[in-house]
Design a protein around this ligand. Sequence first.
Ligand code: G6Q
Length: 528
Amino acid sequence: MTPTFSQYASTKKLETLAKNVIDISQSGVISPERINTFCAESAGFKLLFGTEKVTDEILNALGELAKESDAIGKMRKMQEGAVVNQIHGYPSESRPALHTATRDFFDHPQFSKEASEAAVLAKNEVENLRIFMEEIDKGGKFNELIMIGIGGSDLGPRAHYYALEHLLKTGRRVHFISNVDPDDSAQILNRADLSHSLVVVVSKSGSTLETAVNEKFARSYFEKAGLDPKEHFISVTIPGSLMDTHKNYLKVFHLWEWVGGRFSTTSMVGGVVLSFAFGFSVYWEFLKGAHAMDQEALNPVLNKNIPLLSALLSIWNHNFLGYSTQALIPYSQPLFRYPAHIQQVEMESNGKRVDCYGRPIKFQTAPIIWGEAGTNAQHSFFQLFHQGTSKVPLLIIAFKESVYGEDLEYNGTSSQEKLLANLWAQALALAVGQKDDNPNKVFPGNRPSSILLGRQLTPYSLGSLLSFFENKVAFEGFIWNINSFDQEGVQLGKVLSTQILNHWKERKEGKPGNYPLADAFTKKLDQV
Ligand code: G6Q
């Protein structure tokens, strides 16, 4: 059995270092030289971490932690298709987590049998999508797309759709339905031009209640409008699922068991909507960018492997300095849905309480991830960041250039410059703080942040950004020695809601039922 995180020599060393940690609010600590030096780079992104509470000694110890936990070795195994989604000695999903194979079509592919076979399957599906999209373009029937799916079959595709919305093909519109709340479906279905709508139902399992119900809801709208759903509905699912049938769908695209839901954006789960909205070539560039960052995640040189470095900095803040949440603040309006997606990637993957051997864990796993686009967030909850009693490390995403390239020079600077100046200001204010005779105007400072900086949000850089987070989260799991690829914690609620619905149905049929706790809640409906 491999040692746990708390047993590593580097963990002990980091615990000692954390007791007497650098105070970055002290005069002269945050210097131009420090900002210049504490900078790493991968796949066109720079990670600026001069405003983190680290020193060379701490960085070396974090590097030791990566080595001791064999973080790179485990990443290589993951990308080669080893079984990483498992709890040893207990029944578990026991399969690879090979989402990287869904974009492993470019330079330096993985040569292991598992990974290359998976990449062949994935690339065939990408080719099928390319052909299908050509037909859609030629046919001219569809100019709207309604995507139905939830969780991993919604959050990633939706966040990435909005990130690239500036590239939307002329005349195309895209809608998303995810919630079983009937208002979600009704709002979209009343708004869409059904006769010109393609509906893509995305469900890896093919059996998710919310998605099945929303699909039925949507089909009823098509039928009421005198349209044959079969001529409009396509599916994305695994081979052999209930949704893998041409009886009900115009077209079926596949993903496989080895692609986890929240890691499925680069598969057909995201591929259909991104190709429909922006054209196949945009999706292809997105895959290329993701693959480039996957490669960097294998680089043993820490300042050339920003997913690993950022994972280590998160672990430093969370496990050693005791910050329990982390804010993700994109200073890029197109990324406004990104915090929601990364919340799932991080918290569903690493919100675990046993290690890979089923042993209860005595240290913290995933922090709570939350966030909102800057500068809007500055006018909302940044007060707490600067002067609140809770301390929150920030991961900021920013780009040198805007996506539309339209801007206004006002008072000597452009809006893009104002955006960037704001985020530099926040990182500095959080780190350095401010002294004042008036206690209410004191900023204690010494609060850490990192900045992930790219040139521009393009399909390629967006792919790299996605892979950065997917690999960062996987590294954290490898270092903690937990299984980042299952999600048993969502099962109990599903079971209970099914029992409650069955009980509710029985009561509506006049049967007594036997679920007093459900009745207690349900009775409250009569009182509102
Ligand atoms: C993601 C989770 C979960 C899943 C949804 C939808 O990793 O497993 O969010 O994506 O429950 O599942 P289906 O795609 O099977 O409908």
